[in-house]
Design a protein around this ligand. Sequence first.
Ligand code: C2E
Ligand code: MG
Ligand code: MG
Ligand code: MG
Length: 294
Amino acid sequence: TAKRNGRNHSQRFRPALDVQEGPQLRLLNDLRDALAAGGQLALHYQPQFRLTDDGLAGAEALLRWHHPVDGLVSPGDFIPLAERHGLMAALGNWVIDQALAQLAHWRRRGMPDITVWINISAMQLFQGDLENTLAAGVARHGVPPSALGLELTESVLLDERAGDVAPRLARLRRKGHPVAIDDFGTGYSSLGYLKELPLDKLKLDRAFVRSLPEDRADAAIVTAVMAMARGLGLEVVAEGVESAPQRDFLAAAGCELVQGFFYGRPEVAEALEARWRRADEASPAPSGSRALSQ
Ligand code: C2E
Ligand code: MG
Ligand code: MG
Ligand code: MG
């Protein structure tokens, strides 16, 4: 049919394609340039705190793109684009290398026990050479794998290739990387997965945190997730904590870790380091004590 009405077809559809795909293709080409040229991509770090003692437990690395014309482009906009057009492997590798370089830098500067969590896309888990990339990265930067945590969204489990997700996760964990399931509760995944998958942490999606403590359904769900996680031996990180009442509810429910604007937004590496140093000065125990016990 393309041959039969090819001319009409292209005449009718080309303008529409330009409108739909034009800006996306431009963004895609710009992203290619950004990866090649460097300087436009950055990782920002959002702190995670323990609820037991308000201590800084680690940080999630979140990708930022400072586009030369458009300004800050959200990862929600360019990551799906990268995934659709074969750029995710390069982008993911950049994130891994950047996070490890930052960890190495922090460890040289006396922050030995910080854990950085990176987001891993389905594409990286199933198509790339994630295991070898991570192994080469930790060797090159001299960082223990335990310092680099891996977050995988629940939707990864829905991937048609998910049949072999458990052995893949098991191998990554055996290397020493902690593994967390991200956006828990939004991916429409069967709870049976929790039984099969080797995991360390469960990140409760902020959709369940938003209306705490007033919303009785959310309160019930969060309480039940905490009980289930405890039974499974998983720590829970609550995402999107924006207020003291939310924090109080989560603490009473037995949640171990929190992350959200109430505690801190994603920030440049230097800001996280400054935060760590302030916390370290305020804390009675010397910073090296935990490192020595490792
Ligand atoms: P995510 O992994 O669930 O990350 C949490 C998102 O929630 C971040 O959005 C963060 O800025 C935002 N957030 C944190 N605390 C709060 C809060 O208290 N209130 C509200 N309203 N939002 C909060 P961000 O940085 O725009 O990232 C969006 C998503 O993009 C991430 O969701 C993650 O799925 C993806 N992403 C970001 N960086 C990477 C990356 O390096 N690789 C991959 N594959 N995905 C990434
Ligand atoms: Mg995440
Ligand atoms: Mg999340
Ligand atoms: Mg999320």
